[in-house]
Each structure stands twice: as structure tokens, then as C-alpha cells.
Design a protein around this ligand. Structure first.
Ligand code: C6P
Length: 418
């Protein structure tokens, strides 16, 4: 590193070289500009190779056999749990439960902790900006248990209304607060530690949806003091099919199991079953072994880059992105200002429908997501049926911001001719 290079300099070419999928044209003369990482990120060769190597050399079921391959597979799979524990600074590996994704993690909390602890006199606090994973899972149990749900509103500057949150906590017998750390639509970074502190002050538990935070910033579950925290492997350079539920040990120990099956039991007779210790109590059946190992490789990849550096680079992208977008006439943005924003731009342009917009951008090689992004209530709050979302990640370059802006002007020109 030369004396002139700042210590946080990001070698974007070296990072992009790790992601072979990025090096392609998606239409003749149109190189891929992948801006849909909030839906699912791309995978570096290190993750692809780890899974490939496992299937070629070490595949066998875990926790079951005494033969060489089963022991090797178990070591790799359980090693991935240790990596995740360290990555989020959980106090114990028993607190790291493998699930299939954030959605399953959320449903696990609701169907175990929620089922045991919630009744008609209780209140659960969610927010208007939540993803459906953190809405419908509660709605399903609410129909059975009859508790009430209060929703923290969103401010006109696209943030969580913390005053309204505190008012709800004063007014209601709140048992649980479940809120996203980072919004998948607006990119808003919510004050998670403060949300947790205020929930605990009234005796409520606090649950964090970390699907959009863990991939992009350092997360320390002990510093947040959060009771449960959920995230997905596929948004953080890992494979699909694997996710994590972090939970404080005392809470997890007090919760009944969710799914029954192999691995989660201690003893089974025809009269009944007793259950395994944590974390296995919540992991019934053969797990997604290769995916767990792939997630471990993704954690290694991100740790080697350094999450502080990833976050700093994404802030640089966010600043440039929002500076450039501010110059596009007719663009309506649904993102907060710095320091609350992340490397996401969600927008409508003139009266172009979001799906038409995504198609035009795609014809220019620019991949974005269009629709309600599994956050229908938030779009009802905006009073728009759909938005387009460009979500950047550690492998996107500043030049790709320019490509997005160019493509937006192309869309404007095409529609103004109609
Ligand atoms: N958001 C998006 O395009 P799963 O599908 O279980 O891995 O993640 C669900 C989920 C939960 N919470 C948040 C904040 C999320 O962003 C997501 C997934 C994707 O925004 C797919 S809908």
C-alpha cells in the first residue's frame, strides 16, 4: 500500500474479480450492472468453492455417523456455526440456530416464544416499515391468541417515529417489540440499540430483523442487547437455503421446540419424547449442510474484508448515489438523508410505472427490483402501488451509479415520446 493510499481504500477491481457472475453482458453490448443485492446478493468464488469442495470430497449427513466423512462434514458444519457466533459476537454457540432464512427465523420466534407468552391482554409492537416476514408471522398467531398489535409510524423524512414508539410503550402493556434494523425499501438504519433499551425499560423483549443489516455493517448482538435477531445467508454473499436465528440462551432454553424430528430429540419412546440441548432443540431433520458451510465461507469472506470497511465503502456509494440522483428531474425518492440512509435508492420517476421502469433499466443492463418489495403497508403509507429499488453492495462501483443515472435519463426520454 503506498503512502498516499488511505487505509480504508477499497480495491473494487479486486473485489469484483471474486464475483465471476458480474463479468457478463446481459444484452448485446450491455454489461450487467447488478443493483438488486437487497433481494439476494451475488456469491464470491470463495463461497462457491467451499460448497463445491464439500460436495466433491466430504458430503455425508452430520451428527449421525462415526465414519470419516460424517465426522468431517459435522466439523465443517459446526465450524460454520462458530464463525457466525464470532461474526455477530454471540456469547455462546448455543445461541446460534440454523434456519432456512430470516422468514423461518421470525416464524420460529412467533410460534415458540409468542405461542407460550402472548394472550388477549398483551400488545406486540411492530412498525409500518416492516417486511411481510415480520408482519404475517404475527398476524397468523394473532388470529389464534387475540393479542393486539400496535404499529410505529414512519416520519415524513422516512425514519422510524421514535416519539410515537415511546408513546406506545407508555400507553400499552407491551410484551414484545419486533422491528427491522435496516429497511429493505428505504434503506433506513433504525436505532436498534435504543429501540431495545426502551423495550427493556418497560419489561418487553426486543426482536431485531437483521436481514438488511448483517450483510452491510458490523453487528454485535451483545452490544445491541437484543433478545432475538434474524438474518439470511443469501443476502450476505452466502447461499440460499440457510439463515440464522440468534437468541439469548435463557429465552431459548425456556421455549418449547417448534418442529419435531431427528436431531432435535434426546430420547423418544412411544409414550413421548424429550428434547435435545440448544441449539439442536430447534434444528429438526437433516439441515442444509452445504449451505451452512457456504455461509461459514461467506462469513470468512466478509470478515477478511472487514465489516467496518464494507460499511464505509457503502456509505461512499450512498453519498455519490444520492448526489447524482438529486440532479434527475421528476425523480421521487423514498430514502432518508445521511447518516440514516444506506446504499439503496428507492424511487418513482415521472409517472412511469415501476415495472416499466425496471424493464427499461434491464434493457440497459441495469438490474433493479420493482414492486412493493414485500412491504405492502409501507407502500400503502406512501400511497403508491409500487416503487423501483436500486440496491448496491460491496462489489458495485461508483461507475455503476453513473450507469444507473444514464439509464434513468433513457427511460425519461422514451416515456416523454409516448
Ligand atoms: N427481502 C427484498 O427484496 P428471506 O426471504 O427469508 O431470506 O428474507 C425475508 C426478509 C426479511 N426481512 C427483511 C428486512 C428483508 O429484506 C427480507 C427479504 C428481500 O427486499 C426479498 S422480499
Amino acid at each position: 500500500m503506498s503512502a498516499l493510499t488511505p487505509p480504508t481504500a477499497w480495491d473494487i477491481d479486486a473485489v469484483r474479480a471474486d464475483f465471476p457472475i458480474l463479468d457478463q453482458e446481459v444484452h448485446p453490448g450491455k454489461p450487467l450492472v447488478f443493483l438488486d443485492s437487497a433481494a439476494s446478493s451475488q456469491k464470491p468464488v470463495q463461497v462457491i468453492e467451499a460448497m463445491n469442495h464439500y460436495y466433491r470430497h466430504t458430503h455425508a449427513n452430520v451428527h449421525r455417523g462415526v465414519h470419516v466423512l460424517s465426522e468431517a462434514a459435522t466439523e465443517l458444519y459446526e465450524g460454520a456455526r462458530d464463525k457466525v457466533q464470532k461474526f455477530i459476537n454471540a456469547a455462546s454457540r448455543k445461541e446460534v440456530i440454523f434456519t432456512s432464512n430470516t422468514t423461518e427465523s421470525m416464524n420460529l420466534i412467533v410460534q415458540t416464544w409468542g405461542r407460550v407468552n402472548l394472550g388477549p391482554n398483551d400488545v406486540v409492537v411492530l412498525s409500518v416499515m416492516e417486511h411481510h416476514a415480520n408482519l404475517t408471522s404475527w398476524h397468523i398467531l394473532q388470529q389464534e391468541k387475540g393479542f393486539r398489535i400496535r404499529y410505529v409510524p414512519v416520519t415524513p423524512d422516512f425514519r422510524l417515529d421514535m416519539d410515537a414508539y415511546q408513546q406506545i410503550l407508555r400507553d400499552e402493556p407491551v410484551k414484545a417489540v419486533s422491528i427491522m434494523h435496516v429497511s429493505n425499501v428505504m434503506g433506513t438504519i433504525n436505532p436498534m440499540a435504543e429501540i431495545v433499551r426502551l423495550a427493556h425499560a418497560v419489561g418487553a423483549i426486543a426482536i431485531g430483523d437483521g436481514a438488511q443489516s448483517v450483510p452491510h455493517m458490523p453487528v454485535d448482538v451483545q452490544a445491541l442487547d437484543v433478545d432475538f435477531y434474524a438474518f439470511s445467508g443469501h443476502k450476505m454473499c452466502g447461499p440460499t437455503g440457510v439463515g440464522i436465528l440468534y437468541g439469548k440462551k435463557a429465552l431459548l432454553e425456556a421455549m418449547p421446540p417448534w418442529m419435531g424430528g431427528g436431531d432435535m430429540i434426546r430420547r423418544v419412546t412411544l409414550e413421548g419424547s424429550t428434547f435435545n440441548d440448544l441449539p439442536y432443540k430447534f434444528e429438526a431433520g437433516t439441515p442444509a449442510i452445504a449451505e451452512g458451510i457456504g455461509m461459514g465461507a461467506a462469513v470468512d469472506y466478509l470478515s477478511n474484508l472487514g465489516m467496518d470497511r464494507v460499511h464505509a465503502y457503502e456509505r461512499e456509494i450512498a453519498d455519490y448515489l444520492h448526489d447524482r440522483l438529486a440532479e434527475v428531474p421528476g425523480l421521487r425518492l423514498f430514502n432518508p438523508d445521511a447518516p440514516y440512509r444506506s446504499s439503496v435508492a428507492t424511487f418513482t420517476l415521472d409517472d412511469i410505472h415501476a415495472h416499466d421502469m425496471a424493464q427499461i433499466l434491464d434493457s440497459e443492463g441495469v438490474a433493479v427490483r420493482a414492486g412493493h418489495h414485500c412491504a405492502m403497508p409501507l407502500h400503502q403509507h406512501f400511497n403508491v402501488p409500487a416503487t423501483s429499488r436500486a440496491s448496491f453492495y460491496l462489489y458495485n462501483s461508483l461507475t455503476e451509479v453513473d450507469k444507473l443515472v444514464e439509464a434513468l435519463y433513457i427511460a425519461k426520454r422514451r416515456f416523454s415520446r409516448k
